[in-house]
Design a protein around this ligand. Structure first.
Ligand code: ASP
Length: 345
């Protein structure tokens, strides 16, 4: 018996707020304890499925699905989705609208991965170009390298006539000057920072990912975060799944965070469990414990998805079929009792 999808999604959302159910999976499987309510049933969707970080990932997800449905490749779709976020100059965390580095110029980091062929491209500390994710794609497709940085990446982009934009706008300059003054008076607050990490699972079972950020606001020029680091801010393994990160990059890249999420999925965890296990693993090692400001999203080949973050968790966006929503991830502040305990993993 088939339920109309909208009605079906509506009823399941009310119950779990975690994500759309896959029609074939809507009967909750019985757990070993016999109490029922399988976690898998709450977070599985029919591909094409897109998941991304933060509420600003929602329009990027929609664009990704739109491009994919128009007959373009999964790689085109994730690139275009992330380009949408990069083009939004009101976003202070992604693209040339981002907060500048300490020298007053915006420096962008981005990467892209194709599950098929296990290919990757990446750029870091790029100044003056609107779409670092597209430059990263060209690095992947036209060179034998994976990553270009700074002046070399800019020369590469200039030669290929990538769209250039202002390295800093008058508004960014004014904010930067205020920050400078506060810094000199030792009153500067840590500015906000976010990233778009976006993953697509196609109906053929292929996974693509892309990631883009202006990084930590007022960072030391040349600082590179986790976002363009393959295995740090993004990782895709076409046999297992994909993961992406947002938050303080230094706390992700020291642990190969996204790689670790995918490896936990390889060991049999669901995406949600793998995100949680990664947080617990990192917190078990890190002197700061759970005070890390890091968050992960993940999806696997079966169409399961999930997310988790330290502290209160974070918001992430999911889209499939005619469903597109911002969801709240679980947050973790302490080591759990039970199978996800940090030391055991
Ligand atoms: N992970 C990014 C970075 O460290 C920033 C963020 O996602 O908040 O550059």
């Amino acid at each position: 018996m088939k339920m109309p999808r909208r009605a079906f999604l509506g009823s399941s959302m009310a119950a779990v707020s975690a994500g759309p159910l896959l029609a074939a999976n809507r009967k909750p499987a019985k757990s070993k304890s016999g109490k029922g309510g399988s976690r898998e049933a709450e977070t599985k969707a029919k591909p094409p499925l897109v998941i991304s970080t933060w509420p600003f990932g929602k329009p990027a997800n929609d664009r990704t699905l739109e491009v994919f449905r128009s007959g373009k490749t999964g790689l085109d779709a994730v690139e275009q989705g992330v380009r949408l976020a990069e083009a939004d100059l009101s976003n202070p965390s992604v693209g040339l609208g981002g907060i500048p580095a300490a020298h007053g110029v915006v420096q962008l980091d981005a990467c892209i991965m194709s599950g098929p062929g296990h290919r990757a491209g990446s750029v870091a500390a790029v100044e003056g170009f609107s779409h670092p994710v597209s430059i990263a794609r060209r690095v992947m497709e036209e060179t034998r390298h994976v990553m270009l940085v700074g002046e070399g990446a800019q020369r590469f982009a200039r030669e290929r006539k990538f769209e250039e934009g202002p390295a800093v706008t008058p508004g960014q300059k004014a904010a930067w000057e205020n920050w400078k003054k506060a810094q000199e008076a030792e009153k500067a607050k840590a500015p906000n920072h976010d990233t778009i990490a976006l993953l697509l699972l196609t109906p053929a079972g292929d996974i693509f990912g892309a990631c883009s950020t202006s990084g930590w606001g007022y960072k030391i020029p040349g600082r590179v975060g986790d976002s363009p680091i393959i295995g740090g801010g993004l990782y895709v393994d076409n046999t297992v799944g994909g993961a992406g990160a947002t938050g303080i990059g230094e706390n992700v890249m020291r642990y190969c965070g996204s790689f670790l999420v995918v490896e936990f999925m390889r060991q049999g965890m669901s995406p949600a469990e793998a995100c949680l296990a990664t947080l617990h693993r990192i917190a078990a090692i890190d002197p700061k414990g759970y005070d890390l400001s890091i968050n992960f999203i993940a999806l696997d080949k079966r169409g399961r998805f999930g997310a988790a973050g330290t502290g209160q968790g974070f918001q992430y966006s999911v889209a499939c079929d005619d469903y597109s929503k911002v969801l709240q991830s679980p947050g973790v502040t302490q080591k759990p009792v039970g199978p996800l305990g940090g030391n055991r993993l």
